[in-house]
Design a protein. Structure first.
Length: 186
């Protein structure tokens, strides 16, 4: 089952009078920036951990055979490194469609890797969304990722591209790197 969250997101923040808005990306938004941006800066948010707990029926899987993609789960003290983009408000029209399978926009404080803070928006798929799959062992998650494909390509490319991008950022992530090891050993 899928639920299109794109129209819901339009009601969540008011962009009137804004020339630009910061976006925080922690998953495919790190390695696949298919939108125009004014600035791009490595950044992190605190209190959230990446988990491959969200089903993907539209990008890296199908309704019959969903893939697994990232969401964030609350994790006090955890620092989640990612990429911040400063974008024109109109870019959210595209992003809301791209992230329509269960993700909602939340506002979050961000810390830039080279110093300074800004408030940004982050797309999170909370556990009450229809596409949420939840936890499974890392081996099972890796097997599901290895066997899933969708209109945006193989699910394995999402994981491998993400792991590569996190290494480039110098980011620690036990969950992502464990999944990468399981996937490559299959
Ligand atoms: C993100 O990348 O920030 C959201 C999740 C995704 O699209 O992979």
């Amino acid at each position: 089952m899928t639920l299109d969250t794109s129209s819901l997101n339009k009601t969540r923040q008011d962009f009137s009078g804004r020339e630009s808005v910061w976006l925080f990306g922690y998953g495919s938004l790190i390695f696949k920036a298919d939108f125009p941006y004014l600035e791009r800066r490595p950044a992190s948010i605190r209190g959230w951990a990446r988990r491959f707990w969200q089903g993907s029926h539209d990008h890296r899987g199908t309704p019959e055979s969903p893939g697994r993609v990232l969401t964030l789960v609350e994790s006090p003290g955890t620092v989640c490194a990612g990429m911040a983009y400063r974008v024109a408000p109109a870019v959210f029209d595209h992003l809301d469609v791209r992230e329509k399978n269960g993700y909602l926009r939340f506002s979050t404080p961000m810390t830039f890797a080279d110093g300074g803070h800004e408030e940004g928006l982050v797309y999170i798929a909370t556990e009450d969304n229809a596409a949420f799959l939840g936890p499974a062992s890392e081996e099972m998650i890796a097997r599901q990722i290895a066997g899933s494909h969708g209109p945006s390509g193989p699910n394995r490319d999402y994981l491998l591209n993400l792991a590569e991008a996190l290494r480039e950022l110098g980011a620690e992530d036990d969950h992502v790197f464990a999944l990468e090891r399981f996937l490559l050993a299959l």
